[in-house]
Design a protein around this ligand. Structure first.
Ligand SMILES: [Zn+2]
Length: 309
């Protein structure tokens, strides 16, 4: 089967199965449809196969019953199936590319480009809202945040409803929720946990957020309350490694930084400093590479700069 079954039958149902839109890779799906009409929410996870927290959260959401909701949930819990089983960082092993940089994809391209294209042309147009869960890859530590495509008010409102206090207004292109946002679909990308961990508190942070988004969309009446902490909208600046070497970060997660402050150094194995990474922004540390090994071009650290209260 190279496409999902019909999303709407107007009968209460749970349908589990596999879809094979690219190569021979069977991607699991769940469709949970209520007899009562309502919005269609798409939830994806495992775009980055080793972000296990996102996958486990999706697996739990798949146990929601049709009578608990209005509308339809479509869940793709492990988009990068081979990357999940091989525990790859960022990439799809079939072509070595980061799926979350390939959108809107290319139907004639390599594996990740074709998977992105299938989502954009066959799946996104069928849904009313989209939530792409991430969970901190094996080599990254992070403070939880929710990315939304900058300028999309509906996406920002959905990000606020999710309940993580830090919202990242993202520019650029190539990632899941940018492509769906361009189709006019409110879309968010929450990121919690880190280093591939999938502890109970972080899995629950994702599943609770999904419930709050479902409440925001009118699919459920109740959801767990969010923290009282005020929402902060930030932009994120992410310097990349100018050289290959050993990475020594000098700032911790949540630590504040000023312009010109040292964020970290890259040394060679003999202790010589090859590069000093200084902040170009005022803000606080949202994300950092936790691996000692670093390769030229890789993201090192994310500095969030508040744009509004
Ligand atoms: Zn990710």
């Amino acid at each position: 089967m190279d496409n999902l079954p019909a999303l709407h039958t107007r009968k209460a149902r749970v349908e589990f199965g596999h879809v094979t839109p690219i190569d021979e890779t069977a991607i699991p799906f769940a469709i949970i449809e209520s007899a009562e009409p309502g919005p269609t929410l798409l939830i994806t996870a495992g775009v980055h196969g080793s972000e296990f927290c996102s996958v486990e959260a999706a697996v739990r959401i798949m146990q929601i019953k049709p009578e608990e909701i209005k509308g339809t949930l479509v869940i793709l819990p492990i988009l990068n199936v081979q990357g999940f089983h091989k525990r790859n960082i960022y990439i799809m092993p079939q072509d070595g590319k980061n799926l979350n940089r390939m959108f809107p994809g290319n139907p004639e391209g390599s594996t990740s480009e074709r998977l992105a294209s299938w989502l954009v042309t066959r799946v996104y147009p069928q849904v009313d809202a989209y939530l792409d869960m991430h969970g901190g890859d094996l080599d990254e530590g992070l403070e939880p945040f929710t990315i939304f495509p900058a300028g999309s008010e509906k996406s920002q409102a959905m990000a606020a409803a999710f309940g993580i206090p830090v919202l990242v207004a993202a520019g650029g292109a190539g990632y899941t929720v940018d492509a769906s946002g361009k189709l006019g679909i409110p879309s968010i990308l929450p990121e919690v946990s880190g280093n591939g961990l999938w502890g109970e508190a972080t899995v629950t942070q994702l599943t609770d957020g999904v419930r709050r988004v479902m409440q925001h969309l009118g699919m459920v009446a109740d959801a767990p309350k969010k923290t009282a902490e005020a929402t902060k909208v930030v932009t994120m600046w992410v310097p990349t490694a100018p050289v290959t070497g050993l990475w020594y970060p000098r700032k911790d997660l949540t630590e504040t930084v000023g312009v010109g402050e040292l964020l970290g150094e890259i040394k060679n194995v003999f202790g010589e400093v090859l590069a000093r990474i200084q902040s170009e922004k005022v803000g606080f540390v949202l994300y950092r590479l936790t691996s000692l090994a670093v390769n030229q071009g890789e993201a090192l650290i994310g500095v969030g700069t508040p744009v509004s209260a």
